[in-house]
Design a protein around this ligand. Structure first.
Ligand code: ADP
Ligand code: MG
Length: 343
């Protein structure tokens, strides 16, 4: 790599249409990469990373190779040093990152930062190109390192393997990704509700509860709704009921989407929200209210919270006649291709 060359790496964010809190038990999800991007523009630099972020007051300076990403300061830099530590590279970069995604808004700005970092580091070190799946797996582990949160593969795999015009059915056990076309006259909106709060500790609690439920009834990805009754603990029973029924909803929603049966698709989204609210308890009153307003809007097929919960965004699927003016800040998003080097 020519040391004066500028490299630009870019990753989309993602919105999940249906299938939340199913990825970390190897279940089904149906997200799409969206036309909101994180972009790193930089030049190669020996033995260090210097990165300014348009969204953070303090810039990142770190020496390579990275020894302990969990102690990187400023803390946002951990997503970057987590990736650098895993790639174990000695050449870094000097440049800037900017994004059109909200930070902490449930549209995966963290995965987009990790993926653009990974692409940048591979490019400046002349490493062989990684597949989308390899990139996603690396970045998922980087996020564990950076935050301690045991996230599933959905965010990284969606941002890495987006397909223009399509949602992605992902089996988080086999890691198979199947694009499902979204009809041209179907519009998808995200509505930002609030920055997420308490998200990481509550998320980790849910991961633990799902593991506990699996000790009673085996892998949730294989369980039937009826078997959930065999869990004595009432809270664990509801957690499991959400995951098992959500996997089923994703399968049915995929069929509905493929058949362009958006009424059924929307109904399943609404049921998903109800289950996330009542069984999995990861919604908030503000999100519930926004979802209700969206669901009552003419032309809307369905609406639900999206992502880990406790704030973030809701996702709304509507026909082209729906009037979004009453849904404050709802913005149209389009399904796009995955993370890549731009130049
Ligand atoms: P989400 O991925 O839903 O946006 P997360 O809490 O997982 O929310 O990740 C948000 C965090 O990722 C931010 O608080 C910040 O630390 C980091 N981050 C993401 N994008 C950027 C960016 N462009 N510049 C600096 N930090 C970023
Ligand atoms: Mg994130």
């Amino acid at each position: 790599m020519n040391m004066s060359a500028e490299v630009v790496a870019r990753s989309p964010g993602r919105v999940n249409l249906i299938g939340d809190h199913t990825d970390y038990t190897g279940g089904m999800v149906l997200p799409m990469a969206i036309d909101r991007y994180t972009t790193i523009a930089a030049q190669p630099l020996d033995a260090a990373i210097q990165l300014t972020s348009a969204d953070q007051p303090i810039e990142l300076h770190c020496a390579l190779p990275v020894v302990d990403p969990t102690s990187t300061m400023p803390a946002w830099g951990r997503y970057v040093t987590g990736v650098a530590a895993l790639l174990n590279v000695e050449r870094g970069f000097s440049g800037s990152v900017s994004t059109t995604l909200p930070l902490g808004g449930g549209l995966s700005s963290s995965a987009a930062l990790e993926l653009s970092t990974a692409l940048m580091l591979c490019a400046v070190n002349d490493l062989p190109a990684l597949t989308s799946l390899e990139l996603a797996q690396l970045c998922r582990i980087a996020e564990h390192l950076a935050t301690g949160v045991p996230c599933g593969i959905m965010d990284q795999l969606t941002c890495a393997s987006g397909v223009a015009g399509s949602a992605l059915l992902i089996d988080c056990h086999s890691l198979q990704v199947s694009p499902i076309e979204i009809p041209n006259d179907v519009n998808i909106y995200v509505q930002f509700i609030a920055h997420r709060q308490l998200a990481s500790s509550a998320y980790s609690d849910r991961v633990t509860q799902c593991a506990q439920a699996e000790q009673h009834i085996g892998p949730l990805r294989l369980a039937e709704v009826g078997s959930v009754r065999n869990i004595a603990d009432e809270v664990l029973q509801r957690r499991a009921l959400h995951v098992v029924s959500e996997n089923e909803r994703v399968r049915r929603a995929t069929v509905a989407l493929a058949l362009q049966d958006m009424t059924t698709f929307g109904q399943l989204m609404n049921e998903s929200h109800q289950s996330l609210r009542d069984n999995f308890e990861v919604s908030t009153n503000q999100m519930d209210e926004a979802v209700r307003n969206a669901q009552q809007t003419a032309g809307v097929f369905g609406a639900r919270m999206t992502g880990g919960g406790f704030g973030g965004c809701i996702v709304i699927v509507a026909d082209s006649t729906a009037n979004m003016n009453n849904l404050d800040g709802a913005t149209l998003v389009k399904p796009v291709g995955g993370a890549k080097l731009v130049n």
